[in-house]
Design a protein around this ligand. Structure first.
Ligand code: G6P
Length: 429
């Protein structure tokens, strides 16, 4: 089995390598593709991967390359984890919206919009290459904003594509810790969009959401993005679902904005600058010829367990026995409040035959539904703006976004974001 990783120069890759080496799959080759700018990093990672394989006693071949077509050719799985414009552009996604009084973030709000507009044209090209050179491959997309990018793939007619995120996995682990029960006893049911889900928790088949929320297990985590929010007493338990941490941008827009502004003005800078510092330290480790495992410092990145998600999905898609996973997939009625063609983050039954969304057990809570429906319309408009190069749709996308306060802000944001993204965005007419 051949696997192709696009954007393999990411500092995350050793985690994926660890997962691949432990996977119950007949993986023979992992092609590590990146652009010429990433050459040195990919080579460093390939050498580390070979040392990790030796330590694990596995005969997997790791092939660094700048030739994306060769990397894709004949692959069983193509994994997108690239970042268009690298952390330099993420930093602008995080900073520029602040000038308009809106939070800056790489997936949420106008920053996520700018990121999507950079990413969709590239992902379109990759999907065409996969359709031509690896017809049977599944395209697994981690590239952010992962749900929106998967919507673009589905709208373009690529049916063997799923979007992946580590947060459902983290949620499951948090729930297991919070409920104090064995992992096997827990089933989570997620509903919504990527980075905008609610989750219900079942322990031994019984709804245990209220109990887990009341335990406060996840509250510290949920407070991270809005540390100074003056939360009403019992806010999280009263929701009745376990909120994705990114919902804080919608529940506490002022506190998350203040927090983002403080970061931007601090010497350490926004998350992009912090990640740059973490990456410099990580690559110094990766270059050490005696290192043959994933260093613990990698846990400073936010993508914990992403390799588990990737490997579980590849294993499920190769298996005859269906397995339930939370994925970004076409809705097909699983969440009745959203259109069939919407890409949603939802439980799905996955096996060799493909991916089938599981119908929700109960209606989506209205407070979540209101946000999710508005953001889904924003996502549809963003995909159209990127694919058609439509300025009108781009403006409408921002105007439809619940975090953008009106037409003037939408217009101003679009002008500023288009100016700094000229190198990457399609020409808007
Ligand atoms: C979480 C999100 C990912 C995101 C990551 C950021 O894992 O689910 O979508 O990419 O955090 O981590 P970073 O270390 O890049 O800030």
């Amino acid at each position: 089995m051949k696997i192709c990783v696009i954007g393999a120069g990411s500092s995350y890759t050793p985690e994926l390598v660890e997962g691949v080496l432990a996977a119950p799959l007949p993986i023979e080759e992992v092609w590590l593709a990146d652009l010429p700018e990433g050459r040195e990093r990919v080579e460093v990672i390939a050498r580390l991967a070979r040392r990790m394989a030796k330590r694990a006693g596995k005969a997997v071949r790791f092939v660094p390359t700048e030739d994306r077509l060769r990397a894709i050719e004949g692959a069983a799985f193509v994994l997108n984890q690239f970042r268009v414009g690298l952390l330099r552009m993420r930093s602008l996604d995080e900073r520029l919206p602040l000038r308009h009084g809106v939070v800056g973030q790489e997936t949420t709000g106008p920053g996520g919009f700018a990121n999507a507009m950079r990413t969709i044209p590239v992902v379109r090209q990759i999907a065409e290459e996969v359709a031509l050179h690896a017809q049977d491959a599944w395209l697994l997309n981690f590239t952010n904003p992962a749900g929106l990018v998967t919507q673009a793939l589905v709208d373009l007619g690529h049916r063997r594509a799923v979007g992946l995120c580590n947060i459902p996995r983290i949620t499951e682990r948090m729930v297991v810790a919070g409920a104090g029960v064995p992992p096997d006893a827990v089933r989570i049911s997620a509903f919504g969009l990527n980075h905008l889900t609610g989750t219900h928790v079942f322990v031994d088949g019984q709804d245990a959401t209220a109990m887990v929320l009341a335990s406060g297990a996840a509250e510290a985590e949920l407070r991270k993005s809005a540390p100074d929010a003056r939360l009403p007493e019992g806010f999280f338990p009263s929701l009745g679902f376990f909120p994705n941490p990114y919902l804080n941008y919608f529940f506490f827009p002022q506190a998350t904005y203040r927090h983002a502004l403080e970061d931007a003005l601090s010497p350490e800078g926004t998350r992009a600058q912090r990640v740059q510092a973490i990456e410099a330290a990580l690559f110094a480790h990766y270059r050490q010829e005696d290192l043959d495992e994933k260093p613990p410092e990698l846990s400073q990145r936010g993508g914990a367990f992403y390799s588990e998600v990737a490997v579980n999905t590849m294993v499920a898609l190769s298996s005859d026995t269906p397995c339930e996973l939370v994925l970004n997939i076409e809705n097909h009625g699983a969440i009745p409040e959203l259109p069939d063609e919407a890409v949603v983050e939802r439980n799905a039954l996955v096996d060799r035959m493909g991916v089938r969304p599981v119908s929700c057990e109960e209606p989506m809570p209205r407070v979540l539904g209101a946000i999710v429906q508005a953001v889904k319309e924003y996502e549809f408009l963003t995909v159209q703006a990127a694919l058609e190069g439509s300025r009108r749709k781009a403006r409408e996308a921002l105007l439809a976004h619940p975090l953008v306060p009106g037409a003037e802000a939408a217009e101003g944001l679009l002008a500023d974001l288009a100016a700094v993204n000229a190198e990457f965005w399609p020409v808007l007419r």
